[in-house]
Unconditional design. Structure first.
Length: 649
């Protein structure tokens, strides 16, 4: 302080030429001094004036200047230099000997603008300070990682950095991702902080620009989970925006438990349905959703034990394996199975429900019950409890401690109590198998209200109304219709002869499905006398002259085992074409029946069937007066509901 600074020419006169320095060893201080002298001689102005005119003002860099001695106003605004340990340097180290070497004062924002201008010129986006070909030449590596403008990394990205005594600076740019990060600090050689921060600035820039979002849905008890911060950090590194959605602010009906994870992009929205404690699985879900938007679906199950916990549903499908042991029957006796089902409902809180619609955070707990028949005729019962994530390795078993019961099902409550204890342990959120339930009183808000709306076309392309798991249709189904019921079978000629029509007021229907539900056989019988038409006189003619009902009082339609083309699902129609034989007036006639079977809840089977007869061929006479192609076509339509034989009244 107080010493006179030499002029730039005086500094240059002190140089001694000792030959050409090899390029591999880099540049020397003297080169920049000489370059500054050439510029000042050419323009006839000091370097600061040249830079203000040629660069700073055109780019609106209002806080950039070259100065050896700071004015009082500049000194008040400038940072003070410090040692690496944070201690003050004498006088703040704001005084520099040579302008060209370390005399530039600037701010991070100004340096970002300068770098952006050069990168935009390189891309040809603007007519900036330099022509694109000039920037391209100036950013080519000359030796090491150096170019005339910046350093160039091994991956081809421009960067710059270094320190003047008491200060540290680093810049990183990514032309393809269109971001520039600059870190400046008034501490000597603080690269340990500067380098990580400048890269995190780039990640923040990617997040701000990202159209991909990861919603993390939480209740207060979830916020301290280590997995949440790990997931947020992983998303940050990938440039995915994250947002915490709190139950107290209201949540959509799709969310039934927490923690929940929602990925959304302009292509769609997906809700994670895997283990909520598996970071790797959640990250795979995100990557998969990025590659291909997931569909949304509701999984509908029928006739299951269900536990409602606020918004959340947990179902317990039961499987009673065929008994083993001494003279074991093919199935567990109903006298044992029935009491065990009731005991399970009482001990676990799971109640029988005809249907259950499951969403992403709802869960399935699978229970297998095994029975061994002893010589005395009693049964030893054990169980295996599985999660929906592993159908091979049980969560809990009682294989080492069977419960003994007689043929009347006594003592099954002891087994139910053991199962209830295992279930309670399995349902704890910290086990990772079932997330924490969401209280029913949480306000329901749609995604649009929460700022997570999507284009209606995208939502429409993602919607899947429901998924119904395959169900077992086996055994006998029956339907009995009397004159007191709505008619189940109708017939008519096609229009314009459809005025000749009628209905059958009584039917006996029997279907028999194979054990695996893959085939169906059936028989429909009807008393001919129950057929009615549009008028009494026509009834007399049809029943007497055409159908000869006194001689042939019964008609029937029979078909043998016919393959079922697909799986049975509750509420989903299954269409079949069935070759059948119609017996009428004592003679058989081959017909093809187009049938649709729709399984319902609680053992019902809706039936819709259509077939046609050639009137002349069956009855030996022409039909009513009309076009030939119509008068001989008699159409039949059946509509009724059959019920499983064990549930029929």
């Amino acid at each position: 302080a107080g010493a006179a600074l030499p002029s730039l020419p005086e500094v240059a006169r002190g140089f001694r030429f000792r030959g050409i320095r090899p390029a591999a060893k880099g540049t020397e201080y003297g080169s920049w001094v000489l370059l500054q002298l050439i510029l000042e001689q050419h323009y006839g102005k000091p370097l600061n004036d040249i830079m203000q005119e040629q660069i700073f003002k055109p780019l609106c860099l209002e806080n950039s200047f070259y100065a050896t001695e700071l004015s009082p106003a500049q000194a008040a605004a400038a940072a003070l230099g410090h040692e690496e340990d944070g201690s003050n340097l004498p006088g703040g180290y704001q005084r520099y000997l040579v302008l060209a070497d370390a005399g530039l004062w600037t701010t991070p924002q100004d340096y970002v603008r300068l770098t952006q201008s050069l990168l935009q010129s390189l891309a040809g986006a603007t007519d900036g300070l330099l022509r694109p070909e000039t920037v391209q030449m100036a950013m080519a590596e000359r030796y090491g990682h150096r170019s005339l403008l910046f350093h160039i990394s091994d991956s081809g990205l421009p960067y710059w950095g270094g320190n003047a005594k008491g200060y540290y600076f680093t810049m990183q740019a990514h032309p393809e991702e269109n971001w520039v990060g600059v870190v400046m600090m008034n501490r000597h050689l603080n690269w340990r902080l500067g380098s990580p921060v400048v890269w995190q600035l780039g990640l923040l820039a990617k997040q701000w620009r990202s159209v991909e979002r990861l919603g993390i849905v939480l209740q207060p008890e979830d916020t301290d989970l280590e997995l949440i911060s790990q997931l947020e950090n992983a998303a940050f590194v990938q440039g995915i925006r994250t947002e915490r959605l709190l139950a107290g602010d209201g949540l959509p009906a799709d969310i039934t438990a927490t923690p929940a994870f929602v990925f959304q992009s302009p292509q769609g929205r997906a809700i994670y349905g895997g283990r909520h404690d598996d970071l790797a699985a959640i990250q795979r879900f995100v990557r998969l959703s990025q590659a291909s938007p997931r569909k949304t679906a509701t999984d509908e199950r029928t006739d299951v034990l269900t536990l409602r916990r606020g918004r959340q549903s947990v179902i317990l499908p039961l499987k009673f394996t065929p008994p083993t042991g001494m003279a074991a029957p093919a199935a567990l006796p109903v006298a044992i199975e029935g009491p065990l089902r009731r005991a399970l409902a009482a001990a676990t809180g799971f109640t029988p429900q005809p249907t259950a619609a499951l969403r992403a955070q709802d869960r399935r707990c699978y229970l297998d019950v095994h029975a061994y028949r002893t010589e005395s005729g009693d049964y030893q019962l054990t169980f295996a409890l599985f999660s929906q994530f592993d159908c091979h390795t049980p969560v809990a078993t009682s294989f080492g401690a069977p419960v003994r019961t007689g043929p009347d099902g006594e003592n099954v409550a002891a087994l139910a109590k053991t199962i209830a204890t295992a279930l309670e342990e399995m349902l704890r959120p910290e086990k990772g198998l079932v997330p924490g339930s969401l209280p029913a009183e949480v306000v329901e808000k749609d995604w649009e209200t929460l700022g997570w709306g999507l284009d209606e076309g995208v939502i429409g392309s993602q919607e899947v109304t429901r998924y119904a798991a395959p169900i077992a249709i086996r055994g006998a189904y029956r339907a009995t219709l009397t004159a007191a019921d709505a008619p189940g079978l109708f017939f008519s000629f096609p229009a314009p002869l459809d005025r000749y029509s009628g209905e059958v007021r009584a039917l006996e229907v029997a279907y028999v499905f194979s054990e695996d539900g893959s085939t169906v056989a059936g028989e429909v019988t009807l008393p001919v006398a129950t057929i009615v038409t549009s008028s009494g006189s026509l009834d007399t003619y049809v029943l007497g002259d055409i159908l000869k009902s006194r001689k042939y009082p019964t008609a029937s339609l029979v078909f043998g085992p016919t393959p079922v083309p697909g799986n049975w699902r509750t509420g989903e129609p299954l269409a079949m074409t069935i070759p059948a034989k119609l017996t009428i007036r004592g003679k058989e006639h081959a017909v093809r029946v187009d049938a649709v079977f729709t399984p319902g809840a609680a053992g019902t089977l809706a039936v819709a069937a259509d077939f046609s007869l050639h009137f002349g061929q069956v009855f030996g006479m022409d039909g009513p007066d009309g076009p030939e192609s119509i008068r001989n076509q008699l159409d039949f339509t059946a509509r009724f509901t059959a019920t499983a034989a064990d549930r029929a009244r």
